[in-house]
Design a protein around this ligand. Sequence first.
Ligand code: NAP
Length: 260
Amino acid sequence: MELGLRGKTALVTAGSKGLGKGCAMSLAREGVNLVITARGREALEATAAEIRKTHGVTVSTVAGDITSPEGRAAALAACPSPDILVNNAGGPPPGDFREWDRDTWIKALEGNMVTPILLIRAVVDPMIARRFGRIVNITSGAVKMPIPELGLSNGARTGLTGFVAGLARTTVRHNVTINALLPGPFETDRLQANFDYNARKSGKTAAELRTARAAANPSGRFGTIEEFGDACAFLCSAQAGFITGQNLLMDGGAYPGTFG
Ligand code: NAP
């Protein structure tokens, strides 16, 4: 299916690896020119080169921490008026809430709630003026099914989700949609880091935990970044203009409710 995105521009934050890279790749395949960001320049440039070579689109890079004011300003300077915004950033660390002080909470809220909101604020009115905009926030399956040790993530991302639920109903009449993708377990560095963390606490090896987690998923496996990216590209498509304020859970069926 042709997604009607050729020649559009997307800002994909935290796009050098993992889920963000999957989104960037799928959008590029649809002919979208990209600005991608990440903190580490080496992986960022390697990913940009890979996307250019594979799909022939224009890819610009911005190295910086998207959760900082400077990082956001640099990203927006490089891409002030995207047609598509994919909001992504690293997740907060796991831990015990008794050890989290105010600064820890503020950092998590800034990273996974305030940063995407500020980026939406910067781009949404030009999207409305052009009568086309697609915003996809990468959140987490933990928004629906909290993971106890990821309390910082559960809290910050649910705050973002609640805010967007209201905003998304005000922009859709201008053909500007805002949706979230909620990843369950996907094959990325981040997933491996979670196994490493839990291995230190459980006495099992990370490899054992990994095998058990994949086996316990109804699909018997983890998701791929290509599957994730293709879902993102569809939400960004011309055809998806009637889908807004939704939270699409991609977890291989792990969430046990009747309504996903
Ligand atoms: P990943 O494989 O570790 O990749 C993270 C990407 O984000 C990298 O490109 C990284 O590059 C970049 N990044 C991280 N922090 C950044 C920052 N502050 N500013 C700019 N770029 C930043 O992680 P992932 O698995 O794709 O996860 C992406 C998001 O989905 C995270 O928020 C994660 O918590 C969430 N999530 C993932 C899963 C999963 O199973 N993978 C499940 C639920 C939720 P640099 O390090 O160079 O900056």
